[in-house]
Design a binder for this molecule. Structure first.
Ligand code: TRP
Ligand code: ZN
Length: 897
């Protein structure tokens, strides 16, 4: 075996081979005891007729203690236990294999496999956690039906859950009891789950489209039952939406969601038994913000939608991960847009689109520019857990969305129908999905494959020409990948099929009817150009006067558009574009241009001054009552420091921070009267409602408060924020008020936040998700030379409520500081990096998956100013020298390579 931690094995897509054996049925019996759980696993195994003959059966296993083996119920001695699992030597063609083993859930801090959280048992099997429960071929193309028997102490574990239908339950001797579950659907092992413990459920019975009765349950710890209503409503909405939009019905009689407070990611789509991070289940007005409510709806939808896109049709291998994740993110985005009224209302729809594109640009574009750049369908990996990425999820969703942009909703639906008709019950590839879209729409999509195989963010350069005499307007598009990272460059083969949506705006601000050369009549005001060559010119005819182009409407492809707009043109688009996304985009371009110019001046030690055009444009948006509050909030939010730093030739977080703070203060000061009026106007008195409209008002009001908290004279902000904090009947307003108080303190050197901060802690001491916010607010606060935030963070690490083993808590303090407070994290003395290295190594010993996420925080180190680059590299090398896990090693080795 050469596969040691020091020379990690690379798994390659090109090496895919079908499994040598198939496993048709799995019968699991669990005797659940925290320190030593016994698992008896009886499988029907046969040689795979589609694979080369092998004598021995190799099963994966990790952290398992071997107890016994039997073939066809007779003890079998020809087994070898090794570091990767077990080899059953010289097996027949078809047989029943029984393996009994033991594991230690109480000691499992990785939160992969079977573990204990708050005294209850949970599992997490995606991607390769099942091998930590029993020996198995835990790859997604091995699909079986499962029968699961759980036995445990009845007082300690009154609730026993697994996938599918409950078929038997009863008492045993010694105060124990059992439950037996059967899942009628074949599934890969990564969708297996069990839960056991002291839990209670909110229940609802509904009838689905075909008139079938369904039992829905949201299981939580007893004290959280008052925070389950929103998750249940979100589940019901998800079920209804998937029926209406895609004709997909819930296929089980019972659908369960279980919340757990120790969880590595957001949630997991186990068949019929979704397991969720509490953060994406629990909400009531006092504890959850509007953003939390929206996230819960999105994640509940996401996991529910996996039941078809992921579970009924699953992935052949992990390189195909985006087959389920990109598609399911696209589905949850469409669902959220519909829930915010977006099916009828273009502006509401644009709001969701803007939020999604912000995440894509800030996070996925950055990933694509660094050493972890990979295609939506990666070619290789060392640790699959490192490939649950922004590229696979968010860019993958864009790649799915573009089919809909090309073929329309109906064409997309035809493709989905054909996909299920062909592949229900199978484990398939991204190519199979593309083929269904192509065949259903009578199109050749060979070129489209490059969206799956090429890494890097495409750049589209646009030039335009108006021919006054001929009344022709030509738009020339040129595509390349700019200066992509080496990791991305090696995947790039040729031009992409880019659906490029465009509109032309006349001098009066309205859209012009569009008629391309060769067409007999104008048709519509937005056109999706199919841009397929390295360079291509599209000519519009009968254009009465030189128009202003509205490019890549609704962000029709995940690309960077370069076009030389003037500031006045951007201001015009911000005021007039009928495409709400591009209105927002124009404001962002205007602000980005100004902020980058100021950052350059700040870096050079020159004085700063804000362009009046920006202040005027923002002022007009702020006071434009025809725009929805949520749109105005988004339009008035400056691009983040992280995004801005990435746009610089050499990232300089301190200069970006100085520039952005300067602009925030100017906007706050010059528009003070408008912010004050906006604050008053958008109060939401009365009972809290988590509707998009009410959330829009709160969002705009709290943005006003945050701008006011930048002023030299903090009196207004402090007065309003203090009153809002004390009177708040919801977490959105309370947290925003506390944040404004912290900001006013940092801006002026005063202390306006201590009382509220202390009150917040005592008020919510028993609500871990709220205490997470308490840590995060402090970790992301603005600091000053006198009060560096790292000191606060170090002190908070000693707080009795801090616990590195709980991923939510680690994220709330450590990740918030390292990833969401760039100016403080990138302190010139390198203190942030040293802290980061210590925490990566500490987490590495506890939970490699979470450690590897934190490890990624320095991957763009080569793009930073020389003064920062050196301490960053030193920190990376420190981690590389001390790392134990394959997860973290892959990340730091790629970063240093
Ligand atoms: N499949 C899950 C989702 O996207 C995410 C997931 C993958 C996950 N691996 C995990 C969740 C490990 C928790 C732990 O919905
Ligand atoms: Zn998913």
């Amino acid at each position: 075996m050469t596969d040691t931690a020091a020379t990690p094995n690379v798994i390659r897509r090109a090496d895919y081979a079908p499994p040598a054996f198939l496993i048709d049925t799995v019968d699991l019996e669990f005797d659940l005891v925290p320190e030593r759980t016994i698992v008896k696993n009886t499988m029907r195994v046969r040689r795979n007729p589609a694979a080369a003959h092998t004598r021995d059966l190799e099963l994966m296993g990790e952290q398992l203690e071997f107890v016994s083996a039997a073939i066809d119920a007779k003890p079998y001695a020809n087994v070898r236990i090794h570091e990767h699992g077990i080899t059953i030597e010289d097996v027949p063609d078809s047989f029943e294999l029984t393996l009994t083993g033991a594991c230690d859930p109480a000691a499992n801090t990785t939160l992969s496999g079977l573990y204990v959280s708050s005294g209850n048992f949970f599992t997490q099997c995606e991607a390769e956690g099942f091998r930590r429960i029993t020996w198995f071929l835990d790859r997604p193309d091995v699909m079986a039906t499962y029968t699961v028997t759980l036995r445990a102490d009845k007082a300690a574990y009154p609730v026993l859950l697994s996938n599918g239908n409950l078929v038997a339950e009863g008492d045993l001797s010694d105060g124990r009891h059992f439950a037996k579950w059967e899942d009628p659907f074949r599934k890969p092992s990564y969708l297996f789950a069990l839960v056991a413990g002291k839990l209670v459920a909110l229940e609802e019975r509904i009838k689905t489209g075909s008139g079938t009765d369904k039992l829905l349950q949201v299981w939580v710890e007893p004290h959280d039952l008052d925070k389950t209503r929103h998750a249940m409503d979100s589940l019901i909405h998800s079920i209804r939406w998937d029926e209406a939009r895609f004709g997909l019905e819930l296929d089980l009689d019972r659908f369960m969601i279980v919340a757990v407070s120790d969880f590595n990611m957001g949630a997991m789509e186990n068949k019929g038994l979704n397991i969720f991070n509490t953060k994406y289940v629990l909400a009531n007005p006092e504890t959850a913000t509007d953003t939390d409510f929206a996230n819960i709806e999105a994640v509940v939808g996401h996991e529910y939608f996996h039941n078809w896109t992921g579970n009924r049709v699953t992935c052949r291998d992990w390189f195909q991960l985006s087959l389920k994740e990109g598609l399911t993110v696209f589905r949850d985005q469409e669902f959220s847009a519909a829930m915010s009224g977006g099916d009828e209302n273009a502006a509401a729809r644009a709001t969701k689109r803007i939020e999604d594109v912000r995440v894509l640009r800030q996070m996925q574009f950055a990933e694509d520019a660094g050493p972890m750049a990979h295609p939506v369908r990666p070619e290789s990996y060392v640790e699959i857990n490192n490939f649950y990425t922004m590229t696979v999820y968010e860019k993958g969703a864009e790649v799915v969305r573009m089919y809909q942009t090309l073929f329309g909703r109906d064409g997309f639906r035809k493709g989905m129908d054909l996909y299920f008709q062909r592949h229900d019950g199978q484990a398939v590839t991204c190519d199979d999905f593309r083929a269904a879209m192509a065949d259903a729409n009578g199109r050749d999509l060979a070129q489209y494959e490059r969206w799956y195989s090429q890494a890097g963010t495409p750049r589209v350069r646009v030039t335009t020409r108006y021919d006054e005499a001929q009344k022709r307007y030509s738009v020339t598009l040129a595509q390349d990948y700019g200066n992509a990272s080496p990791a991305a460059r090696e995947t790039q083969k040729g031009p992409l099929l880019i659906p490029f949506a465009i509109g032309l705006i006349g001098t009066d601000g309205t859209d012009l009817p569009l008629c391309l050369e060769g067409e007999s009549a104008p048709n519509g005001t937005t056109r999706v150009l199919e841009f397929t060559e390295a360079q291509q010119t599209f000519t519009f005819v009968d254009v009465p006067a030189k128009p202003l182009p509205s490019l890549l409407r609704n962000f029709s492809a995940p690309v960077i558009v370069e076009y030389d707009y003037g500031n006045d043109e951007l201001a015009f688009l911000l005021a007039h574009d009928s495409d709400a996304f591009n209105r927002w985009e124009a404001g962002q371009r205007l602000a980005t241009r100004e902020l980058l110019a100021l950052a350059a001046r700040a870096a050079a030690g020159e004085s700063l001054e804000v362009n009046d055009a920006l202040v005027d444009a923002f002022g007009r948006v702020l006071n434009d009552e025809s725009l929805s509050p949520s749109f105005r909030e988004l339009a008035l939010m400056l691009p983040s420091e992280t995004y801005l730093a990435e746009q610089m030739a050499v990232s300089d977080p301190a200069a970006v921070h100085a520039a952005r703070q300067f602009v925030r203060k100017q906007l706050g000061t010059v528009l003070k009267a408008d912010w004050l009026a906006t604050f008053e106007k958008h109060r939401t008195p009365g009972a809290y409602e988590p509707t998009p409209e009410a959330a829009g008002h709160r969002g705009l009001k709290n943005l006003a408060l945050s701008y006011l908290s930048e002023l030299d004279d903090p009196a207004d902000a402090v007065r309003l924020a203090t009153a809002q904090y004390d009177a708040a009947n919801n977490m959105t307003d309370r947290a925003a008020a506390l944040s404004a108080l912290l900001n006013a303190s940092a801006a002026t050197g005063g202390d306006f936040a201590s009382r509220a901060l202390a009150d917040f802690y005592t008020r919510f001491e028993r609500e871990p998700l709220v205490i997470d916010k308490w840590f995060a607010l402090q970790a992301t606060q603005r600091g000053s030379a006198k009060r560096p935030v790292i000191e606060t963070v170090r002190a908070l690490m000693q707080h009795p409520a801090f616990n590195l083993k709980n991923p939510n808590r680690a994220r709330s303090l450590i990740f918030s500081f390292c990833a969401a407070n760039p100016a403080q994290f990138h302190a010139a003395d390198g203190s942030g990096y040293a802290f980061w290295a210590d925490q990566v190594l500490a987490l590495d010993a506890i939970n490699p998956q979470v450690a590897a996420r934190l490890a990624r925080n320095l991957e763009l180190w080569r793009r930073f100013t020389p003064q920062l680059r050196e301490p960053m590299r030193a920190a990376l090398e420190k981690v590389a020298a001390g790392v134990k896990s394959r997860d973290v090693r892959e990340i730091v080795e790629k970063a240093l390579a």
